[in-house]
Design a protein around this ligand. Structure first.
Ligand SMILES: [Zn+2]
Length: 421
């Protein structure tokens, strides 16, 4: 038992109910939190002032007057609930918590968890009790996004729908106030309607001719639209620009689970995560984006190599000016991670270093294996490409692995696969 309300037709009746409650409480070794209790006397619909109500020797319950409120299930109330005041208080606390989450040093995925598990429940309490319009809920969600943008966690041109799609499906797993409200209200109403066999539930339903947002006594109730995950995915997919990443993610040769692994288990900052998502959504202001999406008359020429077509594809894996610097660096970083894992696996090194500090030795050797890093292999016939990134010789199994790393753009992945086959 958490919060309790007692209703009685007159003061003497309330006295009796209170005696039963006190008696029961003391038998189960619980005490009334007297400082949180209050009494309200109503005559013909209006509040009348009254004396304090004695509970036991010397302890009295305070009486509520017209302007006072007390908290019941987290909401300030008197004879009814002052919807505007309670809503404003809930919103203030909600935004305060969101801002705290955004300012924290948590990783991107943990910020989302904190928002869903700590900020959103502030509003969840009120759904089904306070009346929220769809416009108000849209405004709430919009403000959440603008606060995220303010803290650099969301690119203003990024996909909105992707934000509300679970991380395992490639989204960012944020709860939307509108979706939570609509599904909450629908399931609460269904619950009451399914309990028509209980007298208490039936009484409540008969009274509610528009008292609550559920309007339980009303037949022609219009249930608000609830978007399922697949509905949201369909909207994401349908977007001309944002939908491209969705399409790429669902290509038959793409391992979707591995491709979204970083969203679920990565420890990137919220800012980095937002930036990577913006790149995937293809909303970065490249000259290609400016020419074809913004249509501001920019010539679509790469600012580095001066060749036509400064698309994201060109920047991330097609620019000749970046090939020998940035791409090579990225390639080496990826190869080093693999090298360190192999060296650890075969006991060639003992300690794991952060990948950016790890410097592979040209040759590592013990009685189990030999591991070469970027070393030419002498062959009988001359082979030009005789320098694999990594060569592993498993001495115990008498097997040699030649490892070559490539980091292709997702559209080139299929070609690399074909080449490998
Ligand atoms: Zn270029």
């Amino acid at each position: 038992m958490d919060d309790l309300k007692l209703y009685a037709p007159h003061a003497a009746g309330l006295r009796r109910l209170l005696d039963i409650t006190c008696d029961f409480s003391s038998r189960i070794r619980m005490r009334l939190g007297v400082d949180k209790c209050a009494v309200l006397h109503v005559e013909r619909g209006s509040i009348v002032s009254s004396d304090r109500l004695p509970v036991s020797d010397g302890i009295n319950l305070r009486a509520l007057s017209e302007g006072e409120t007390y908290r019941y299930l987290g909401m300030s109330q008197n004879l009814g609930i002052d919807v505007a005041v309670v809503k404003q208080a809930a919103c203030d606390l909600f935004y305060e918590r969101l801002t705290k989450v955004c300012k924290s040093l948590l990783s991107g995925v943990n910020k989302t968890r904190a928002f869903n598990g700590w900020a959103m429940p502030v509003l969840l309490y009120t759904f089904g009790v306070l009346r929220w319009t769809q416009t108000e809920l849209d405004a709430l969600d919009r403000k959440v996004r603008s606060i995220m943008t303010l803290h650099r966690m969301l690119h203003p041109k990024s996909s909105v729908m992707r934000l509300y799609i679970p991380r395992k499906c490639g989204g960012r797993g944020l709860l939307s106030a509108k979706v939570m409200h609509n599904s909450g209200v629908c399931s609460l109403r269904e619950y009451f309607l399914s309990r028509a066999d209980s007298v208490m539930h039936r009484e409540v339903m008969e009274c509610d001719k528009g008292l609550t947002p559920l309007a339980l006594a009303r037949d022609g109730w219009q249930s608000p639209a609830v978007l399922s995950t697949s509905d949201r995915e369909a909207i994401w997919k349908g977007k001309e620009l944002h939908g491209r990443f969705f399409q790429a993610l669902h290509e038959p040769h793409v391992d979707k689970e591995a491709s979204v692994h970083w969203l679920r288990f990565g420890d990137l900052f919220g800012e980095t995560e937002g930036f990577v998502c913006a790149i995937q959504d293809q909303v970065i202001r490249t000259n290609n984006y400016r020419k074809h999406i913004l249509r501001d008359g920019t010539a679509d020429i790469c600012r580095l190599c001066r060749r036509p077509g400064e698309s994201l594809r060109h920047v991330t894996s097609g620019c000749s000016m970046l090939a020998n610097t940035e791409y090579l660096h990225r390639h080496n970083q990826a190869a080093r991670i693999l090298h360190q894992e192999l060296a650890l696996k075969y006991g060639l090194i003992e300690q794991r270093l952060p990948y950016y500090k790890y410097q592979p030795d040209a040759v590592l050797e013990n009685d189990r294996a030999k591991l070469y890093w970027d070393r030419p292999i002498i062959t009988d016939r001359t082979i030009l490409a005789n320098k694999p990134d990594i060569v592993l010789m498993d001495q115990t199994e008498s097997r040699v692995f030649l490892v070559d790393i490539t980091i292709p753009y997702d559209e080139n992945l299929r070609m690399s696969l074909l080449c490998a086959q």
